[in-house]
Design a protein around this ligand. Structure first.
Ligand code: UDP
Length: 238
């Protein structure tokens, strides 16, 4: 599979075209950003860790019957994916209150959310990724109503699979963000799943093991990502 012209460079990944119009190569870089790209640094090994983390999770989700764009690992920092027509939307499920929910609603971090909440955000850095609702998605034509409904159903299904997976490793899946697209008419999970896009706490100590370590300047960011990975069975040396 020949990697060709760069199509797009995001904040942490670059996307390349291939010979096959239905496939793309994702390259995970060491860049780490927060606050809509206002804080950016390079963290050694991050590209490799997130590439392998994402491959492991996408494979688990696929095994659980959730369609994903992931095809195969190509190298330490690269993987092959299906080329989706992406919805410009972030789907967020929260099992425990943290981050923007606490700021918005004045609730304390750590409050259990039962049932888990489901939120939508528009992917738009210039606007600070504003919160939106289902009617906005339909009125502005960001996705078809039935595709959004499917994305919501799949986002909840992911919760069942991953809450259990992280619980086995002694962790709490606090919240996470997913992005979906359409491939030949089917709604498919795209983008990535890594500790960059979710919150994970140690179940006993409630220590933060995700990107909040970077956002809050706690240090040991990649060490925490690797610890999470090992606890769910990922071998980063393979
Ligand atoms: N998230 C993300 N990308 C974004 C915004 C949020 O991956 O652009 C993830 C974030 O890591 C967390 C969840 O979505 O796991 C909920 O984020 P929140 O709304 O609390 O925003 P934050 O506090 O990160 O600004």
């Amino acid at each position: 599979m020949e990697k060709r012209q760069e199509l797009y460079a995001g904040k942490a990944k670059s996307v390349f075209k291939t010979d096959d119009p239905d496939k793309m190569v994702l390259v995970f870089r060491d860049d780490t950003s927060a606050f809509d790209g206002k804080k950016i640094v390079q963290l050694d090994r991050k590209g490799m860790v997130n590439n392998k983390f994402n491959a492991f999770i996408m494979t688990k989700l696929q095994e659980a019957g959730i369609p994903t764009h992931f095809e195969k690992l190509l190298g330490e920092t690269e993987c092959l994916v299906k080329r989706l027509d992406m919805m410009p939307i972030e789907c967020v499920v929260r099992n425990v209150a943290a981050g923007s929910l606490c700021r918005r609603l004045g609730v304390e971090e750590g409050l259990p959310l039962n049932p888990p909440t489901f939120e939508l955000f528009l992917k738009n850095d210039a606007l600070g990724d504003p919160m939106i609702n289902e009617s906005h998605v339909e009125s502005f034509g960001w996705a078809k109503a039935e595709d959004l409904a499917k994305a919501k159903e799949l986002t909840y299904k992911v919760n069942g699979v991953l809450k259990a997976l992280f619980a086995e490793g002694g962790m709490i899946l606090v919240d996470y963000k997913l992005e979906f697209g359409v491939f030949k008419g089917e709604v498919v999970l795209g983008d990535e799943f890594s500790p960059d896009g979710c919150r994970l706490w140690d179940a006993q100590t409630k220590e933060k093991l995700d990107k909040d370590r970077f956002r809050q300047g706690l240090g040991g960011v990649i060490e925490a990502y690797e610890d999470v990975g090992r606890r769910i069975g990922i071998n980063f040396d393979a």
